[in-house]
Design a protein. Structure first.
Ligand code: ADP
Ligand code: ZN
Length: 728
């Protein structure tokens, strides 16, 4: 509806600038409509915005400036606008910040829709120079591929004028081409794998949901290797057949390439991709095509939720329990929850898939808010791994050694049989602590309340909080003793040393996010392992996430007690999920798997639940405990983190906020704190946290707004509200 506002009439435009209000402008020549992406003048700048309303009024219309132009992209749909408003409201994020998430495509504002591209022409120049030959060689070596001027001149190492000269001679053709091309069609009618009875039943239900064209949420729970992906690809097929668009969210970029290959095998073409590893040009194309309908399926990271889909019919959140779905920077949101919200506005289906669902999703299914589909057995002959504890109190293990004799024997057995073993330790680096044996001093970060972790590979101590690094000092910074600093405790790098001593002949691969410069290098390493290029794999939680290692038959968890420490209420849930996920790596093909958990407390209820695999019993017990305490998912929490350079000022504000809590008390909510935040100092800023706890039905956001609005913190003091914090 381009003519909704005729030229010169008042329109309200929302921009991503931190003003948090709609600004009034005059409609440009040709008019505009609500949802149109526009460029508007703001002071001396030109900024991107979306036509949001008929304007606020109140300003003298004679003084308003005009919208510069309407951009040549599809307007933002009403469902998307409603979603942004609601998401901003829910997460207490300014609407402008939400819009920023939705307009993170490079070069959106600039550039015409058409551009010049260059191909090989029929003629050959009479006078062949070196530069000319290089241009033609580049073109010839790529068949009929078209290049932009920049790409062609760059690859050939020549100036633009060489290419232009060849155009004049007819050796190169110059053509107009749309800047952003639609993605190749995916064919939903192609046959998928023949499903098992369980799988087929789940697929039928999910297809019916998608075909209904209404909102609905489904928890798809299935053990690793049960075929969840095969099943939800059926839902995707249905969605594409309906002519609507689908979005698949993955928690980890490294998982994308395997998934793209599966999509190609299923639908005959690759889908659009959206994550930080995608080039700027591709991102722009993806953003545009999503709006125009030229992308049927997008596979992406959590930020793909904010793409302006023209007609979104289905969202899959794979590994829905994964904590990386929580955005912890800037706008704080959980992509899993936002996916449900987005789907509800788009009349779409949302499927949350996991082998170990979050307690939230489990409870929602219990309460009947989500449908629940279970896949209980692994596909084919593969059986679930047997899980056993190794009681470390009974093992004879020298100091600074972490592989018990029992585990060692099991690994030797697999290596001898030509199978793979995985040793899991959720600690990056060489050693978590570096301590002075003379005075006991532990080396900490200068800016954070965190210990520095030695990374021997990089020959540095690194703060995992802020990334600060320094060389390992020769003398103790505290007592100046020489040569007394020693690593304490294991990290994956140190474990690799022990493995090399125990199995000098074995091929060892270490999978830890910091050891890979690029997503590509990581992907290659994963493929090498899958193809059998390693005997022993050592990994951090990176390996827990859905990779397929067909030869892997043994998982050894070096420290199963690690996740049980700490006061975090979610520790049990998290540890349970992680251990089950890691164990699920074993025995995916025909060979049965075994998971061995090294623990000093085999009688701990969480360890016992992990070993027995009785998930319903575990969740029921967890749920009862949370309910008794009024904690999520049965009550609601908000974390309020105050941070600033002056500890006293931060605490003063925290105390004032805790005292003046009338708006919260009015809804029956309680304030706890202030207390030092879980990470009490980051990058030189002190952090203090308040927790607000309320009933499930209480209007928490409104109360928080009224409460926090009472305080006017100084400019160097930051107040950030985190609705539904992950750790509490
Ligand atoms: P999940 O997503 O639950 O871990 P996947 O969908 O990845 O499980 O399935 C595990 C493996 O089993 C994959 O290699 C998949 O191709 C295969 N598989 C699952 N179901 C079938 C089926 N019905 N026919 C053939 N192969 C299947
Ligand atoms: Zn630090």
């Amino acid at each position: 509806m381009r003519d909704e506002f005729t030229q010169g009439s008042r329109v309200g435009v929302l921009t991503a600038q931190p003003l948090d209000r709609v600004l009034d402008y005059l409609a440009p020549e040709g008019g505009c409509g609500v949802g149109d992406f526009v460029e508007v003048p703001l002071g001396p700048r030109k900024v991107l915005g979306v036509v949001w309303s008929a304007g606020e009024g109140g300003y003298d219309i004679a003084k308003l400036r005009s919208v510069n132009r309407v951009l040549d992209v599809a307007p933002m749909g009403a469902d998307m606008r409603d979603f942004l408003v609601r998401a901003a409201d829910y997460t207490l994020t300014p609407l402008s910040a939400m819009l920023r998430l939705a307009t993170r495509a490079p070069g959106l504002g600039g550039g015409p829709a058409m551009r010049k591209v260059y191909r090989r022409g029929p003629a050959t120049p009479d006078r062949m120079t070196d530069a000319r030959r290089r241009v033609l060689e580049v073109l010839d070596s790529y068949g009929d591929l078209a290049f932009t001027m920049g790409e062609l001149a760059g690859q050939a190492g020549v100036t633009n004028s060489v290419v232009k000269g060849l155009v004049k001679l007819g050796a190169v053709l110059e053509q107009d081409s749309p800047r952003d091309l639609p993605y190749p069609r995916l064919d939903p009618a192609r046959a998928g794998k023949v499903l098992t009875e369980d799988q087929a039943q789940a697929a039928v239900q999910m297809r019916a949901g998608v075909a209904s064209g209404t909102f609905g949420a489904t928890l798809l729970k299935g053990v690793t290797g049960s075929g969840k992906t095969e099943v939800y690809l059926e839902a995707v097929a249905e969605c594409l057949a309906q002519g609507r668009q689908a979005l698949v969210l993955l928690p980890e970029i490294a998982l994308t390439s395997e998934f793209l290959t599966r999509v190609e095998a299923r639908f005959g073409a690759r889908p659009a991709e959206w994550h930080s590893g995608v080039t700027m040009t591709e991102r722009r194309r993806c953003w545009k095509m999503v709006g125009e309908g030229g992308a049927q399926l997008v596979v992406g990271a959590r930020s793909a939720l904010y793409l302006p889909f023209r007609d979104l019919g289905l969202i899959i959140v794979d590994e829905e329990h994964d904590s990386s779905y929580k955005q912890e920077d800037g706008a704080l949101y959980n992509a899993r929850d936002m996916a449900v919200l987005r789907a509800s506005f788009a009349s779409a289906q949302v499927v949350l898939a996991s082998a170990t669902p979050s307690l939230e999703s489990w409870a929602n299914a219990r309460a009947g808010k989500y449908a629940r589909l279970d896949l209980t057995s692994r596909f084919g002959d593969a059986v679930l791994p047997e899980m056993r504890a190794i009681d470390m109190r009974a093992e004879d293990l020298p100091a600074s050694r972490w592989i018990s004799p029992s585990l060692q024997a099991a690994v030797s057995d697999r290596v001898a049989k030509g199978e793979q073993a995985l040793l899991f330790l959720n600690r990056r680096g060489y050693a978590p602590v570096t301590i002075c044996r003379a005075c006991g001093h532990q080396i900490g970060c200068d800016h954070c309340d965190a210990r520095m972790v030695e990374h021997r590979f990089q020959k540095r101590l690194i703060c995992h909080q802020c990334g600060e690094s320094k060389p390992v000092p020769e003398v103790c910074p505290s007592c100046e003793a020489e040569g007394k600093l020693a690593p304490v405790g294991p990290g994956v790098e140190r474990l690799a040393e022990e493995v090399a001593e125990l199995w000098p002949e074995a091929r060892v691969a270490v999978l830890s996010s910091d050891l890979f410069g690029s997503a590509r290098a990581l992907k290659e390493q994963i493929e090498t392992i899958a193809a059998g290029g390693a005997d022993i794999v050592i990994g951090t939680q990176l390996v827990a996430k859905g990779h397929n290692f067909p030869l892997l038959t043994l998982v050894g968890v070096i420290d199963a007690d690690l996740g049980l420490q700490g006061s975090d209420l979610r520790a049990a849930e998290r540890s349970f999920a992680l251990m089950r996920q890691v164990a699920g790596r074993a025995g995916r093909a025909q060979k049965p798997g075994l998971a061995l958990l090294q623990t000093f407390q085999p009688e701990h209820p969480v360890i016992r639940a992990i070993l027995s695999g009785d998930e319903e019993a575990f969740w029921t017990a967890e749920a009862a405990e949370r309910k008794a305490m009024g904690m999520p998912p049965y009550g609601r929490l908000a974390g309020v983190v105050l941070s600033g350079p002056d500890l006293q000022a931060v605490f003063d504000l925290g105390n004032a906020m805790a005292r003046e809590d009338a708006p919260l008390r009015r809804i029956g909510a309680q304030v706890y704190g202030p207390a030092p935040a879980p990470i009490a100092r980051v990058r030189g800023n002190h952090r203090v946290r308040l927790l607000v706890k309320a009933d499930k039905a209480a209007p928490l956001q409104a109360a928080l707004r009224a409460w926090s609005g009472q305080f006017k913190p100084p400019a160097n003091l930051r107040v950030q509200i985190d609705i539904d914090p992950l750790s509490f």
